[in-house]
Ligand binder design. Structure first.
Ligand code: ATP
Ligand code: MG
Length: 777
């Protein structure tokens, strides 16, 4: 039995093992966070390779990030020994695999194989040209907005002729469709494509050239997809093309073989000897590959894993329905649920499960853990006066974790993460950690001060504070665009060098000479006058006020206000946060000094460092200790989701909260502040409704230290605070008359929540028993 199993299978639970060993036919693993879905995928690849069911090149595995792909490759290497794998599977994100496919068949999409991939800026510039060429006003019809529309269409796999009438009409007086078409043609002449094309071109090629598709049907015997709940329509179409026969039937073995195999797998999962790979196997063993390809039936076996509760990219076109209708798309699919969570303590899991149960549109799901230890800490909820205090308190908690505990263990910084809802929240933590000398790294995006808009703003400030800062000057002399071309800038350079003066001075001189054409001259004159005025104001105006003035008078704030891209509101938030952060310094100069220090802090992968990232980029990851700051209405759930009204935006926020909570293995700290500056205005805030949705049994509201004195009465009417008598009352039941009284399971110590669930997912007879047994407390 178990003893004969290869090492990589040992330690898997029976359901996981079934998911690994049911290699043939469609398989869906639909399971909650931390149940080992990703581990199943990795082990499944190892198993397919180790048993010789396929060559690496016959496996296609899709991960959500490139980082996840790298980690998976590494793990596979460890599982079956580096030496045992020649080559590697096609393993990467939809985009990276799309590039690989498209390079091979570029000519079928009208491209050459060395096509370039345009980034967002390129795309917008191109579209702007097209809009102008059409004689349209590009202020009324902004290129950014149209770029986003195109991206949305491509996420749905829609070409120019497929887009709905209404959509086509809504842009540029009904010219939407023509513009889209013109855009595609222009890309073709440029031998270029955008990100959406990396999926859409292959889809089109597969449809138009059945022979090509067939080639891939033969090649990819095994397809695996992680985070399936976040696939968008185009990704879904792409997958279906690869995984289904042209006649629409799923590519799976004959019925008889199927049931035989499933039977074998069951036996195996139950502990009997694994069936030999060769006997009756429809997949060729290593020696047969290539030789008998003519008779080999296309047998694509698809295994998708995901969690509908972790679908957090709806705003980017992801369709959670894709996972929910898997068994319709792939009839005869084996559906496997994993219920044991290996990641988190009972308190953490109980908290997360209880929260997500507040969503209506979901499948019921049971999760249990055997990780129950006497000294497990409850989930901590902390209050702070404002975000500065929040950052200070998080810093203190991190330092406390670094000190050795009773057993003498100390926590590594690497094992800790701060997950924020909005990127502007990072700034306060970064600043604090630099002051404390705590190493940190920002994952999935630039650090606060490295963001484009922040660097731009800082460049303005640097020139004001230090007129000779040529690098800064060069960065912003033509920001926002004022028609200063390369030639003019070169001229400024030359003058500066010839006269040995800073570029700003050189610019001022050129502005007064007749060496320049009238337009750039006027522009330079304005730049020079602006800086002169701001430099004078430096002595008389408070520096935060001046900073705001600079960003306004330079047109920089307006530039982002007029920008209709999705990133623009975030950039404006960041700029406001930048101004706010300056308040903590005496002068512009001391602030800039501080920034220079922060920027200099090493971002070294090998270094032991606290991880800071957004909740969105934390998907799939896990940490010993997790801090979740900013649980306030308007920030989390985010105001945009509340403005939308309706359930779906709010439910996506709640799923995001679930993702956040379930990243933690052992320690989990939530924070809310009473005052936060949002959109530049101080607001007294109300604790997030999500806090009220946490189960009392697993949560402890931290007793406030003296430093938090005085916030007791400041929560307004939030019922979260209704049990508080003020300072030091944190231990009392903070929920007031509990709305949790109705949640029966809570009392029996189980947090399973079963909602009306159609079809197959009802088949979980052992649910109650399993949870009760393992979770009785
Ligand atoms: P998420 O939904 O967050 O992506 P997941 O379902 O993909 O989670 P994994 O990341 O694969 O879960 O696993 C969570 C943790 O549990 C990992 O540390 C993993 O190594 C561990 N784990 C999974 N299965 C087992 C097992 N059978 N025995 C011991 N540890 C396990
Ligand atoms: Mg995972």
């Amino acid at each position: 039995g178990q003893n004969n199993a290869p090492d990589y299978l040992k330690g898997l639970n029976p359901e996981q093992r079934l998911a690994v060993e049911t290699t043939e036919g469609p398989v869906l693993v639909l399971a909650g966070a931390g149940t080992g879905k990703t581990r199943v995928l990795t082990t499944r690849i190892a198993h397919i390779l180790a048993t010789g069911k396929a060559f690496p090149s016959q496996i296609l595995a899709v991960t959500f990030t490139n980082k996840a792909a790298r980690e998976m490759k590494q793990r596979i290497g460890i599982l079956i020994g580096e030496g045992n794998v020649e080559g590697m599977p096609w393993l990467g994100t939809f985009h990276s695999i799309g590039v690989k496919l498209l390079r091979r068949h570029a000519e079928l999409a009208g491209l050459k194989s060395d096509f370039t991939i345009l980034d967002t800026d390129d795309v917008v510039r191109l579209i702007k040209q097209l809009i102008q060429a059409e004689g349209l006003d590009d202020k009324r019809w902004p290129a950014k907005q149209f770029a986003q529309m195109i991206d949305g269409w491509k996420n749905k796999g829609l070409g120019p002729t497929d887009i709905p009438e209404g959509d086509a009409r809504s842009f540029a007086n009904g010219k939407g469709r023509e513009l889209y078409k013109a855009y595609q043609e222009r890309l073709q002449t440029l031998n270029a494509c955008d990100f959406g094309d990396l999926l859409c071109h292959p889809i089109r090629i597969f449809r138009a050239y059945p022979d090509v598709l067939k080639e891939y049907h033969k090649r990819f015997r095994y397809i695996l997809v992680d985070e399936y709940q976040d696939t968008n329509t185009a990704q879904y179409m792409w997958l279906r093309l690869l995984a289904q026969r042209p006649d629409g039937k799923p590519i799976s073995p004959l019925e008889g073989e199927m049931s035989g195999r499933t039977e074998a797998s069951r036996r195996q999962a139950g502990g009997t000897a694994p069936p030999s790979v060769a006997s009756g196997d429809i997949s060729p063993s290593r020696g047969e590959i290539g030789r008998s390809s003519a008779e080999t039936r296309a047998t694509v076996n698809i295994c998708c894993v995901g969690d509908d509760d972790q679908s957090i990219y709806g705003w980017r076109g992801a369709e959670v329905d894709n996972i929910l209708r898997f068994d319709k798309d792939f009839p005869g699919a084996t559906i496997i649920r994993l219920e044991r969570n290996y990641r988190s303590t009972a308190h953490i899991l109980g908290t997360a499960s209880h929260l997500i149960a507040h969503n209506e549109g979901r499948f019921g799901k049971t999760l249990f853990t055997e990780k129950v230890a006497e000294d497990d800490e409850k989930v901590h909820v902390h209050a702070a006066w404002d975000s500065e205090e929040e950052a200070r308190a998080v810093g203190e908690t991190i330092e406390a974790y670094q000190r050795p505990d009773k057993q003498g263990n100390r926590h590594n910084l690497n094992d800790m993460a701060i997950l924020v809802r909005a990127s502007f929240q990072m700034r306060e933590f970064e600043d604090r950690f630099v002051t404390l000398g705590l190493n940190y790294r920002v994952i999935g995006g630039p650090r606060f001060y490295e963001r484009m808009e922040i660097r731009d703003a800082l460049a303005f400030f640097r020139v004001v504070a230090q007129g000779a800062d040529d690098l800064a000057f060069e960065r912003i002399v033509n920001v926002p665009k004022r028609g200063l071309g390369e030639a003019t800038i070169r001229q400024i350079h030359d003058t500066a060098r010839a006269l040995r003066i800073p570029m700003l001075e050189a610019a001022a001189k050129l502005a007064e000479s007749d060496e320049l054409k009238p337009k750039p001259r006027a522009a330079l004159r304005e730049v020079a006058a602006n800086f002169e005025r701001w430099q004078k104001a430096l002595e008389t105006t408070p520096h935060t006020e001046l900073a705001e003035t600079i960003l306004e008078e330079s047109g920089y704030t307006d530039m982002w206000k007029n920008d209709r891209s999705v990133e623009a509101p975030g950039r404006l938030e960041n700029l406001k946060e930048l101004i706010r952060s300056m308040e903590e310094y005496e002068s512009l100069r001391s602030f800039l000094e501080h920034v220079a220090l922060v920027m200099d802090a090493e971002q070294n992968e090998a270094l032991d460092a606290v991880n800071i990232m957004t909740l969105h980029s934390a998907k799939g990851l896990e940490f010993e200790t997790v801090f979740l700051p900013g649980w306030e209405e308007g920030l989390f759930p985010h105001q945009r989701s509340l403005d939308e009204g309706g359930r779906s935006g709010l439910e996506e926020e709640r799923r995001l909260a679930y993702v956040g909570l379930t990243r933690a293995k052992k320690n989990l700290h939530l924070w809310f502040v009473s005052n936060r500056r949002i959109h530049g205005l101080w607001q007294s805030t109300i604790p997030s409704r999500f806090l009220e949705e946490l189960p009392e049994a697993h949560v402890e509201v931290a007793e406030s230290g003296n430093s938090y004195g005085g916030y007791g009465n400041s929560y307004g009417g939030g019922s979260f605070a209704s049990g508080r008598g003020g300072k030091g009352a944190g231990r009392q039941n903070p929920y007031g008359a509990s709305r949790f009284d109705n949640v029966g399971e809570e009392k029996s110590g189980s947090f399973s929540n079963t909602y009306a669930t159609p079809g197959w997912q009802r088949a979980q007879a052992n649910r109650t028993e399993a949870t009760d047994r393992n979770w009785g407390s």
